[in-house]
Write a protein that binds this ligand. Structure first.
Ligand SMILES: Cc1cc2nc3c(=O)[nH]c(=O)nc-3n(C[C@H](O)[C@H](O)[C@H](O)COP(=O)(O)O)c2cc1C
Length: 337
């Protein structure tokens, strides 16, 4: 069976199954546009607070919600603890016409879970179920029936692994897809994700399951699709380090081979993102926001597409304040970008 294939999420037809995961602090509009350019079939905004959206729909959340110019299909991810409020927030997404609304049931950040949102929803599956119902209702009334999906973890901690129950309840409440990052909240982002949970969920659900966790290379994605039977894979940290991973994976799945991107190509790609961001946020802020990406793209050994002398480069990159200064750092390192 071809591992690169279309996916249907309720009424939404996606041409392929390589997704960009929501990654707070990274998957803003500019980065999503880069990933779509590099072959992502579907992309998610980072998590957006339902309460902030309700309080001030014209406020700072607007920046998080804007669709990228080339983003033909994207999902907005909401987080919240109150089903009615999340439903209310979903209705306010109408001006952005999202193709799907995703509910965050996996965020482990204390600020989020202490309000009962994110991974805390997994301690309260019935609230998660009602949240899906309210969001489905809002979508039917205000978003043309865009599918509602849920992204969750394996459970709260190792003694309460309950993804199967949470996913069953969410699907029964109308969720059209479940994405599973098979780490517990207690694991945060450390240790290894347990892909056997993805395979198990696939065998239990009638709706598609998307797999997340430790996807860094095209081979990782191929292995996850083969071993778990999931409908789609979601790159997160792997895409931040290498946005080319989408086209590379597609190439591996379709033709059996792929080529690593040259370090210069990766850096050019980060400059493209910087330009896109500068148009929105201004050069100063964009340069500050892009520090992480410049540092990320210089990481890894040469075999992994990293850059020799990356540590010394990063020491200078963290002081760059203008596009010209970023260019100068690479120029001084003998790289023509
Ligand atoms: C810095 C960071 C921010 C993240 N932000 C979100 C988010 O906003 N919403 C979400 O559902 N998951 C978020 N995640 C989880 C990722 O989408 C993904 O499920 C997780 O990183 C596992 O994939 P990976 O091991 O391939 O990175 C985030 C992860 C990281 C590392």
């Amino acid at each position: 069976m071809n591992l690169y294939r279309p996916v249907s999420i309720g009424p939404l037809e996606l041409p392929g199954n390589l997704f960009l995961a929501p990654v707070a602090g990274f998957s803003g509009r500019a980065f999503r546009m880069i990933c779509v350019e590099e072959g992502a079939d579907f992309s998610y905004t980072e998590l957006v607070s339902a309460e902030s959206l309700i309080r001030n729909p014209a406020g700072p959340v607007k920046t998080l919600l804007r669709r990228g110019g080339n983003e033909r299909r994207y999902a907005v991810q909401l987080f919240g603890s109150d089903p009615l409020r999340v439903g209310e927030a979903a209705a306010l997404l109408a001006p952005w016409c999202p193709d799907a609304v995703d509910i965050n049931a996996g965020c482990p950040v204390p600020k989020v879970i202490k309000t009962g949102a994110g991974a805390a929803l997994m301690r309260n599956p019935s609230v998660l179920g009602r949240m899906v119902e309210e969001t489905v209702r809002a979508s039917r009334e205000r978003l043309g029936g865009a599918p509602v999906t849920v992204k969750m973890r394996s459970g709260w901690d190792s003694s309460s692994v309950n993804y199967a129950e949470c996913a069953r309840i969410a699907a029964a409440a109308g969720a059209a897809m479940i994405s599973l990052h098979p780490r517990t909240r207690a694991q945060g982002y450390g240790g290894k994700s347990d892909w056997s949970h993805i395979a198990d969920l696939v065998s239990r659900l009638c709706v598609p399951v998307t797999g997340s966790g430790d996807l860094y290379t095209p081979e990782d994605a191929g292995r996850m699709l083969r071993e778990t039977g999931c409908a789609a894979v979601m790159f997160a940290r792997g895409a931040v380090a290498n946005p080319f991973v989408f086209s590379q994976t597609r190439s591996l799945l379709v033709s059996g081979a792929w080529r690593p991107a040259a370090p210069e190509d990766k850096i050019r790609c980060v400059f493209r993102q910087l330009d896109l961001l500068a148009q929105e946020a201004g050069e100063r802020s964009a340069c500050l926001m892009m520090r992480k990406q410049f540092c990320a793209c210089t990481k890894g050994g040469p075999d992994e597409g990293g850059i020799p002398g990356g540590a010394a480069l990063r020491n200078r990159l963290v002081h760059a304040g203008t596009i010209a200064e970023y260019r100068q750092v690479f120029h001084d390192a003998g790289m023509e970008i």
